[in-house]
Write a protein that binds this ligand. Sequence first.
Ligand SMILES: Cc1cc2nc3c(=O)[nH]c(=O)nc-3n(C[C@H](O)[C@H](O)[C@H](O)COP(=O)(O)OP(=O)(O)OC[C@H]3O[C@@H](n4cnc5c(N)ncnc54)[C@H](O)[C@@H]3O)c2cc1C
Length: 264
Amino acid sequence: RGTAFNKGVLLKHLLDDHQVDGIGDPTQAHMVAIDARAPLYDGGICTRIDCVSLGVVVNREAVRFYDEGEDFWPKRYAIWGRLVAQQPGQIAYSIIDSKAIGRFMPPVFPGVKADSLPELAQKLGLDVDTFMQTMTAYNSACKVGNFDHTALDDCHTEGVTPAKTHWARPIDTGPFYAYAVRPGVTFTYLGLKVDDTAAVRFADQPSRNLFVAGEMMAGNVLGKGYTAGVGMSIGTAFGRIAGRNAALAAAGKDAERGAVKDEV
Ligand SMILES: Cc1cc2nc3c(=O)[nH]c(=O)nc-3n(C[C@H](O)[C@H](O)[C@H](O)COP(=O)(O)OP(=O)(O)OC[C@H]3O[C@@H](n4cnc5c(N)ncnc54)[C@H](O)[C@@H]3O)c2cc1C
């Protein structure tokens, strides 16, 4: 999703060629479901498709595959890229009706629009019968209570798999909209192991003069999942510690090196 200069080259070099201690699951990542029309690099935040929790998401086979209402969107937006990556063809379609319009950050490019659900499926190139089965099963499973997108509300499904556990309302009010989404990797959770001075480690011993901050050490903080803001936070917090300790190491003042607790 970001710059073309962020492909893990330095990470791979340090892990493979210099045997720096690693940490984290390489299959876990900050991976967003982004507009399938986005450029490979530098599409920016406007390529995010943020209406998932307001509708349903189907894969290329026109079936749902995950609870779209599991939790608040800022806690879940960065898992949806991985979910889409696991689907056939690594593509999925976020489907909403006109009740969702105005309730999410609109993407730059308009979605595919149709006056009926079968027409929408046709425009997306999905099997119309399967799509309608999926939508009918979802719509009739919705138990609508008090819809509140700012709370974990009581609108949920019963008797459909996967369940939608919050914000479940029938998709029944045209016009209908769809956005094709693809996985957008921001950063993986494979990284360099650090101690509380942000020093990288070789065979479990802290380096005297090599420090790391930000995405390259995300795996120390993030196992799986994500909460909005962690990316910038680990860059800022560990960047400050790493920068100060690197400067002290360069000045030969190793004894003054600080740790996380000193910053707090
Ligand atoms: C579209 C988008 C939206 C985001 N939105 C948010 C948000 O709302 N909130 C949030 O907290 N986070 C957000 N993030 C994540 C956050 O921006 C990043 O995690 C953070 O900026 C990473 O900082 P960093 O210093 O670890 O890495 P980077 O900013 O990637 O810095 C690494 C630097 O190293 C340079 N480099 C690479 N290889 C070499 C080399 N061999 N030699 C020398 N230099 C090299 C690169 O050019 C780059 O300047 C977003 C990311 C993207 C892409």
